[in-house]
Design a protein around this ligand. Structure first.
Ligand code: PLP
Length: 366
C-alpha cells in the first residue's frame, strides 16, 4: 500500500537531528516549559515574520486561546466557513459565542469573501478564515473588510504553515494566526502541538497567560485560562524538523504542481490555487462525482484516499442547532465531491504517475 503521508520516510531523512534533539531533552529533563519552548517560539516568529509566537498544546487550543484573549464570549458572533474541520467552529461554541457559517468558493474551497459582509451583524466580533488544504483565503480583502467593521481576524492556518500569501507567510497576515503541529501537518511534531502568532503585544501577553491557567506570576491568576502548554519534547522535534522544512515545502509545491499538470491533461477536476499565493498542499484534493466507487477502485489498486470533509458543519449533528447560516450550496457540493490523495514531500514521481493513472481510470468508470 502506498503511504498517504509518509512520516516514516520523513523521519528516516532527519533521524540524526531528531534523535539528538529528543536525547537533549531527556538529558536536561525540563519536560514542561524547557528551553526548547522559547527557542521554537523565536525560530517560528522569525520564520513567519510575526512579532510573537506562543507555543500551545494543539491547533484547537491555539484558536480557543485566541478567542479568549480577544474576550469573545456569550452573545458574540464569529464568522466561520461552513466547510472546514469542526475545530474551527467548536472553539467558538466553547467560549459561548455563535458560529455564523458562510459558504466557500467552489474552486478553492476557501471562504467566499464576497459573502462575509452580509453575514456581519452588530454582534459580530471576528472572522476566522481557514487556509484549507494549505492555501490561504483572500486575506487582504478579509482584513480590509474586518478593519472597516472593527473585527478581529483569526487565521485557522492548521493546514497552511509555510504557505506564502502575497509575499507574507501564513499565520502572519491577521490579528492572530493559529497553526497545528499534528504529526501529518506540513510541520508536524510527534504528538499534539500548535502555535499562535501575532504582532499585538497585549494579545501575545494574554495568550501566554491563558496558556498557563491565567497566571501573570506564579500562583497569581489574573485571568481565567487553561492548561494549554506544548511540551518541551514536541518543541524540540519541531525545531529539529524546521531545518529541512523549506526544502520539504518546495517538494510539496513541486509535487502538487505536477499533480495539477497531470490531472489537467487527463481532465480530472481538482481544487484550484490562486496565482498570488502558494499552497503547501497539506492535502492534495480532487473533485469526483461517484466518490464511493472511485475510493473502492483506488483501494483495490493499493492507493489510500481520505475525505476532508464528508459533511459541512450545518449538517453535523452537534453543530446543526448551534450555528447560524444562509444557503451553503458550494459547501454541500464540496462535501459530496472532494477526495484527497497521497501527498507528502517524499512522494516519488513513478508512484505519483501510478496514482494519477489509477485515478483517471477510476474517474472514467467501468
Ligand atoms: C482546519 C483545521 N483546523 C483545526 C485543526 C485542529 O488542530 P489540532 O488537531 O492540532 O487541534 C485541524 C487539524 O486537524 C485542521 O485541519
Amino acid at each position: 500500500m502506498i503511504a498517504f503521508t509518509d512520516l516514516r520516510a520523513q523521519y528516516q531523512a532527519q533521524k540524526t537531528e531528531i534523535d539528538a534533539a529528543i536525547a537533549r531533552v531527556l538529558d536536561h529533563g525540563r519536560f514542561i516549559m524547557g528551553p526548547e519552548v522559547a527557542q521554537m517560539e523565536q525560530a517560528l516568529a522569525a520564520y513567519t515574520g510575526s512579532g510573537h509566537c506562543i507555543a500551545v498544546a494543539s491547533g484547537t487550543e491555539a484558536m480557543l486561546i485566541s478567542l479568549m484573549a480577544l474576550g469573545i464570549g456569550s452573545g458574540d458572533e464569529v464568522i466561520v466557513p461552513a466547510f472546514t474541520f469542526a475545530a474551527t467552529a467548536e472553539v467558538v461554541i466553547l467560549v459561548g459565542a455563535t458560529p455564523v457559517l458562510v459558504d466557500i468558493e467552489a474552486d478553492t474551497c476557501n471562504i467566499d469573501t464576497a459573502q462575509i459582509e452580509s453575514a456581519i451583524t452588530e454582534r459580530t466580533r471576528a472572522v476566522m478564515p481557514v487556509s484549507l488544504y494549505g492555501q490561504l483565503a483572500d486575506m487582504r480583502e478579509i482584513s480590509a473588510l474586518a478593519e472597516r467593521h472593527g473585527l478581529a481576524v483569526i487565521e485557522d492556518g492548521a493546514q497552511s504553515f509555510g504557505a506564502d500569501y502575497q509575499g507574507r507567510k501564513s499565520c502572519a497576515v491577521s490579528t492572530l494566526g493559529c497553526t497545528s503541529f499534528f504529526p501529518s501537518k506540513p510541520l508536524g511534531c510527534y504528538g499534539d502541538g500548535g502555535a499562535i502568532f501575532t504582532d499585538d503585544e497585549g494579545l501575545a501577553l494574554a495568550c501566554r497567560e491563558i496558556r498557563i491557567h491565567g497566571q501573570s506570576a506564579r500562583y497569581h491568576h489574573s485571568r481565567i485560562g487553561l492548561g494549554g502548554r506544548m511540551d518541551t519534547l514536541q518543541c524540540a522535534i519541531v525545531l529539529a524538523k524546521l531545518k529541512r522544512f523549506e526544502r520539504e515545502i518546495e517538494r510539496r509545491i513541486e509535487i502538487g504542481g505536477r499533480y495539477n499538470l497531470l490531472f489537467s491533461k487527463r481532465g480530472v477536476e481538482r481544487v484550484s490555487q490562486r496565482h498570488d499565493r502558494t499552497s503547501v498542499f497539506a492535502q492534495y484534493t480532487i473533485f469526483v462525482d461517484d466518490r464511493p466507487a472511485v475510493q473502492r477502485a483506488l483501494e483495490a489498486a493499493g492507493i489510500p484516499t481520505a475525505v476532508h470533509y464528508p459533511a459541512p458543519l450545518n449538517e453535523q449533528p452537534a453543530y446543526r442547532e448551534r450555528c447560524v447560516h444562509g444557503p451553503l450550496p458550494n459547501s454541500e457540493e464540496a462535501a459530496r465531491r472532494v477526495l484527497s490523495l497521497p501527498m507528502h514531500a517524499y512522494l516519488e514521481e513513478d508512484v505519483q504517475d501510478g496514482i494519477v493513472a489509477a485515478v483517471a481510470k477510476a474517474v472514467a468508470g467501468p
